[in-house]
Structure formats: C-alpha cells, structure tokens
Write a protein that binds this ligand. Structure first.
Ligand code: SDX
Length: 424
C-alpha cells in the first residue's frame, strides 16, 4: 500500500502517477514499475538511486556511518557476538538463544568437511593460480555434489545449502592456501571453534598441530563478523540476480565470489597492501595522493571512498581498533600500519577527499590485521568471501522464499536504427 504519491510529468505527455513507499528506516522509494506500460524506462547506470528489492536484513546510513544487521549496530555485534551468532542473526532475523546457538554451532561443525573428490579439482590449477580463481571454480563445483539439496523451492533444501556453504567456505579457503603452498590439506577438527578451525586448517600440518592463538582466533572471528553482510553491494546484487533465474545456491555464491574479486569491491583489501608496498615510505605519500586526485591517472587510493558511506565506514573504525589490539598483543610494530595511518591523516585533510566525503572503508585496515595473523596478501579477498557468505545466502534466501521475478534491466539504446543487409 503506497504511503504517498509522486507524479512524473514529461513534456507533451499526460502526468504519470507513481506510488511512493516508506521503509522502517531510510529514504522513501518511488515505485516506477508502471512506467513500462507508459512506454518509458528509468535510466540509472551503476544503480546510484535504484532500490532493487525490499529487504529486512541490513540497513546502512551512509551519511551517519551507520550499519545495522537486523537492527543491531555492527560495533555491538563485533564486540559482543561471534561470527556464527552473526550468521544465525542474518539468516533467521533474531539472535539465537543459548540453546539455538549451541545447536547451530554443532550443525555447522558437522558440515565442515568437503567431499574427498573435490580435492581432485585443485590439480587442474597451477600452484600459483590466484586463490579467487580457484574459489570461483570449487564453490561452483559444490553443486555437483549435493543433488539432495538443490530444490530452491524447498525451505529445507535452502536451509541445508546455507549450512553447507557457511560450514565449507573456511575449509575450501584453507585448501586453496595449502594447494598454493604445496602442503597437505588439513581436515577440520570438531573440537575447535569456527575461526580456530580455519586457522588450524591454514597453518597446521600433519607433522605438527600447534595450539591456535586465542588472540588470532578472536581477531579472525571479528574480521569475519565485519564482512558478514552489507546490503545490496555489487556481489550481493550479483547473487540476487543469479538467484532470480532459479540457479542453485552454490552457483549463485560462485557468481558473488567472481563479482567480489574486483579491486573496486572485495579485491580492495589486497590492493591496499600492494598500494602501501608501492608507496613504501611516508615521503612518497604526497606523490600518490596527487596521483589519486589526477583525473588523467587511473590510480585511486585503495581502501578509500564508498558508494554509500559519505562518512567513516563504521567497520573501518572497529577494524582499526582490532588492528591496534592485535599488533599490541603480538608485539608487532608494523611500518605499513604507520604508513597507513599517515596516509589516512594526509588524505582526510586534503580538500579533494574532504569535498568528496572520501573516508577509509572496511578494506583500509583489514589487510594489516590479516598480515599480522599470517594470511598472505593474495588470500585477503578469499577471507572477505568467507566472511560475506552468510550475507549472500541470507539475501538469496530472502528473495527465493518470497515472490520474485527474474532480474532483467532495460537500456537506453543509442545504436544504429534498423537498416537492411546490402544486396550483393
Ligand atoms: C567495498 O558497496 C559496498 O557496500 C561494498 C563494500 C561491501 O562491504 O560490500 O563496502 C566493500 O567494496 C568497499 C570499497 C572498496 N573499494 C576501494 O577501496 C577502491 C577505491 N575506492 C573507489 O574505487 C570508489 O570509492 C568506490 C568504487 C568504492 C566507490 O565509487 P563510486 O561510489 O562510484 O564513487 P565515484 O567513483 O563516483 O567517486 C566520486 C568521486 C570521483 O571524483 P569526481 O569524478 O567526482 O571528480 O570521488 C573520486 C572519484 O574519482 N574517488 C576517488 C576515490 N574514490 C572515489 N578518488 C581517489 N581515490 C579514491 N579511492
């Protein structure tokens, strides 16, 4: 039911009445679906002002730097909830009771192994393949193993697919890393927590299973929480679009992984570390800031700016606090952190960045923590994909469990008008 009305007046045509809806938070939306019948499309490349769906999962206020998951602020979740609790919240809409949490943890733990045959998929890749290339392949391949849970119209199949994806992403991520190292892949261990298990599979070997540092496990878990969901970003919109055709959830998540890979999106965390390496020293910062401001130079300050946040990304604040905690607890004095802080200070005081409301985003500090944990740079976006899986799945499930239509945008055509093939 429309809350208000809008009227579109196009010269030479009758006014078109359009319904306007209000959400519980955020801007009103104008329902433009009726325009097609009037022979008119909207035009919004990059979807700067387009709502693709109605959702109850995550709310972002870009002006105020607010991020809520099912109404809970991200800084409170990062401090008080663990990653699996956040997964439950995103999927179910409410925080779990102690009993529900224990059951969910146990269910996830019992799905962390992957089919032994999946190991053979890795042999087709070069050892130096980019980890995201392998993740795109092996996650999509999961659909070849789970014919028992691919009926997207069956709520139980959707539930088991969600569990399998959340449970297996860390296992696959660690397998990708071990493959690149030429080391044996490690099996998950059920006595470990989700993030302890991931670090175990990443860094232990059959020769020696060292105890997992609680500091590193907590930092890893918080990084997963901070990446868990972010409304209709490029990769989540990709998952929704793939899902709207009826594709199975594993294929949809593989599509999301592919979209996340780009340096303008989830690939930015890897790009930040490479950028800091390239800058090298505080004395070079001014030169790189000038490059970022130069319209003729494609260089952008990685980890800065955001489509929605025109204030500090609330995740970046928590990430920076976690960065300080982890480096202090580990006694690491990372010159790249010093460089990043100086870069942030200079950029944020520069009129170009201030006028455009360009602030550090979630990717600016995450790489420094990941490096401190021992994660290699090329694995950073795989970590992002692992953390984002519950968000992708929650949005996919929200769409599929309600009425939806196949996503099929239109266009402004400016190509040649109809012409005949020349007679020979
Ligand atoms: C993520 O959408 C999400 O929610 C994504 C994400 C999630 O959790 O899913 O938050 C994760 O992707 C974070 C963003 C990571 N990407 C980067 O850090 C790459 C660097 N950032 C830029 O590429 C850029 O800021 C984007 C892609 C993030 C946002 O681009 P927009 O919204 O399309 O903004 P824009 O390109 O139109 O920029 C507006 C102006 C432009 O200058 P003018 O044309 O107005 O003169 O700001 C400039 C841009 O050139 N600008 C930058 C800049 N970011 C924007 N200039 C220099 N360095 C930058 N980083």
């Amino acid at each position: 039911m429309a809350d208000k009305k809008a009227q579109l007046i196009i010269e030479g045509a009758a006014p078109i009445d359009l319904p306007v809806y209000s959400g519980t938070m955020g801007p009103d939306v104008v329902d433009v679906r009726g325009l097609t019948a009037e022979g008119v499309f909207t035009f919004d490349p990059g979807f700067m002002a387009t709502s693709s769906c109605e959702s109850k999962i995550t709310y972002i206020d870009g002006e105020k730097g607010v991020l809520l998951h099912r109404g809970y602020p991200i800084d409170q979740l990062a401090e008080k909830a663990d990653f699996l609790e956040t997964c439950f919240l995103l999927l179910k809409g409410e925080l779990p009771t102690d009993e529900e949490k224990a059951k969910f943890d146990s269910t996830i733990k019992n799905h962390t192994m992957v089919h032994e045959q999946l190991k053979t998929f890795f042999n087709g890749f070069r050892r130096d393949a980019h980890p995201m290339a392998i993740m795109c392949g092996v996650v999509g391949a999961l659909s070849a193993f789970y014919h028992d849970s691919l009926d997207i119209n069956d709520a139980n199949h959707r539930e088991i697919s969600a569990i399998r994806l959340i449970a297996k992403m860390p296992t696959l991520a660690a397998m990708v890393y071990k493959y690149s190292m030429g080391q044996p892949m490690m099996y998950p261990r059920n006595e470990l927590s989700y993030s302890e298990n991931f670090l175990h599979m990443m860094f232990n070997t059959p020769c020696e299973e060292k105890p997992i540092s609680p500091v590193l496990a907590k930092a890893m878990d918080r990084i997963f929480v901070l990446h868990a969901d972010h409304e209709q970003n490029a990769s989540t919109s990709t998952v929704r679009l793939a899902g709207s055709s009826g594709a199975n959830p594993f294929a949809c998540i593989a599509a999301g992984i592919a979209a996340l890979w780009g340096p303008a999106h989830g690939g930015a965390n890897e790009a930040v570390l490479r950028m800091l390496d390239e800058i090298g020293d505080v004395s070079n910062i001014e030169k790189f800031v000038a490059k970022a401001k130069d319209k003729d130079d494609p260089f952008k300050l990685m980890g800065f700016g955001h489509r929605v946040y025109k204030n500090f990304d609330p995740r970046a604040k928590v990430m920076k606090e976690t960065c300080d905690e982890v480096l202090a607890e580990l006694g690491i004095n990372d010159p790249q952190l010093e460089l990043a802080m100086k870069l942030e200070e200079i950029a944020r005081n520069d009129p170009y960045f201030k006028e455009r409301n360009l602030y550090p985003n979630v990717d600016f500090y995450s790489g420094i923590i990941l490096k401190a944990i021992g994660i290699p740079t090329e694995m950073f976006t795989v970590i992002f994909a692992t953390g984002r899986t519950p968000g992708w799945i929650a949005h996919w499930n929200e769409m599929i469990s309600g009425p939806y239509k196949i996503g099929r945008p239109r266009q402004l055509y400016t190509g040649p008008t109809q012409r005949d093939y020349p007679s020979k």
